[in-house]
Design a protein around this ligand. Structure first.
Ligand code: CMC
Length: 432
């Protein structure tokens, strides 16, 4: 790289060179601007998994994976988790700044009055088997939202975009709770405007028409923290999916649905569910060695779930906060000697001392402890990824909105390195 911020790309075969500009962000590594590369050289870059590619510019979230730093709009996640609640964080992600007291009042009111879903939407659930995975029903129902708001889906209109964002944030807890209730055969519970965002979700999950759900402030705070820690995470797989879907001009509910589908995978949002299943399978501290051995074996597909991250090559700051929350919740419930938590602590200790995990910089990620917290909150394992989707919806919609407003935005259309057959002639079936 030279001082005037460009790089020279030298092709040793053709003895040609090409100059490419280097762009700088506020913080973080510079990027080589390759937009003119194909025009100048006739070549593309090759980067499966986008390990070296910045797909867009963004002002929402910053991660320094080596230092274990996570900032939303410049604010450290630790401070947000301590001083704000989830709806304040939603406001920040959507509108770039933290709200004043007055702005917050207006925002809470707006979200609260959009929590109910159209009554026709409840019919969708009845078409599913009771044992359907909640993520399957949520993908379908969120996708169906676009069928209810035809007249307010102009993606070029900021008012419509804001309304879609509010509707999504407001209705996700209702939809997620309904998926749970349907799978257990319990009646749907309507949202209650007197309750806060997280309290309302707990109410819709756990109350019955016969009995109120008694809120515990420690548990409400824990759920709120789960929501804050999962609210956004830069250009991860599901957010990139939302941006790619949105780049064609698809409506916001369709785009968020594509994000939910992507999140479902075990390498992404499905990991919290997988962690709990793994801990249950390990069952006892004496078996940890056996599972660590399997995780290191190249011929065994088993991976230590809740460990490793594409970006964090140091402690995931969210995992530290989640570990503390786990302590708080288990102490509050008198479960501090919970065998699964003790197993998780021991597994973490052993893995962090193991050469394989040290060498590959594999640390616990946010999902390592979030499952244990959710289990203590009475949320069934099968619902864990749905909770992640509920929290991440604000991040997805903030990125979608940023993308639509970006003057440099184009339809996403990567190229490929073709390795199939070269051109050949078709022989009629009788001659094959
Ligand atoms: N257990 C054992 N080995 C691992 C693990 C693990 N959890 N994670 C990575 N490795 C090894 C991997 O085998 C590879 O070894 P080698 O270089 O010898 O081939 C090396 O570490 C690098 O792994 P990678 O798969 O190339 O790294 P990646 O950046 O593509 O994958 C990951 C990141 C999160 C998908 C991966 O670490 C993983 O599968 N972890 C378990 C699933 C998990 O906890 N996912 C939640 C991610 S955080 C929540 C979210 O954002 O969704």
């Amino acid at each position: 790289m030279t001082d005037d911020n460009h790089v020279i790309l030298q092709n040793e075969t053709t003895k040609t060179s090409c100059e490419l500009p280097v762009l700088s962000g506020t913080i973080g590594p510079d990027v080589i601007d390759i937009r003119t590369l194909s025009q100048k050289t006739g070549m593309f870059t090759y980067d499966p998994g986008f390990t070296s590619t910045a797909s867009c510019s963004s002002t929402i979230t910053y991660i320094d994976g080596d230092q274990g730093v996570l900032l939303y709009r410049g604010y450290p996640i630790e401070q947000l988790a301590e001083k704000c609640d989830f709806l304040e964080v939603c406001y920040l992600l959507l509108k770039s700044e933290l709200p004043t007291g007055r702005e917050m009042q207006g925002f809470v009111k707006e979200v609260t009055y959009h929590t109910m879903v159209h009554d026709q939407l409840t019919n969708f659930y009845k078409g599913f088997r009771r044992d359907a995975h909640p993520m399957a029903t949520i993908v379908a129902v969120v996708g169906a939202l676009s069928a209810f708001y035809h007249h307010e889906l102009d993606i070029r209109c900021p008012i419509d975009r804001n309304l879609s964002a509010i509707r999504l944030i407001a209705k996700m807890p209702t939809i997620v709770a309904m998926s749970h209730r349907y799978s257990t055969g319990m009646p749907f519970m309507y949202p209650q405007n007197r309750l806060g965002y997280v309290e309302n979700f707990m109410h819709m999950m756990h109350a019955t028409p016969c009995e109120d759900y008694v809120q515990n402030p420690v548990l409400v705070r824990a759920m709120d923290r789960i929501m804050i820690l999962h609210a956004d995470h830069e250009q991860n797989a599901s957010t990139s999916t939302v941006r790619l879907a949105g780049s064609s001009g698809a409506n916001p509910y369709a785009c968020i649905t594509s994000g939910i589908a992507c999140l479902w995978g075990a390498a992404h949002g499905g990991a919290n569910e997988a962690v709990l299943r793994m801990l249950e399978e390990i069952g006892d501290k004496s078996k940890i060695g056996e599972f660590i051995k399997r995780a290191k074996d190249k011929n065994d597909p088993f991976r230590l779930m809740g460990f490793g991250h594409r970006v964090y090559k140091n402690h995931d700051p969210r995992a530290k906060l989640m570990r503390n929350t786990c302590h708080e919740v288990l102490t509050e419930l008198g479960l501090h000697d919970d065998p699964l938590f003790e197993l998780a602590l021991e597994l973490e200790r052993i893995a962090l001392e193991d050469d394989y995990f040290i060498e590959k910089k594999l640390y616990p990620n946010v999902d390592f402890y979030s499952g244990i917290v959710m289990r203590a909150l009475g949320i069934p394992t099968v619902m864990f990824t749905a909770i992640f989707a509920m929290a991440r919806s604000v991040g997805w919609i903030a990125h979608w909105d940023e993308m639509i407003s970006d003057k440099e935005q184009k339809i996403g259309r990567p190229r490929q390195l073709y390795k199939g057959p070269a051109k050949r002639d078709v022989i009629a079936i009788s001659g094959r």
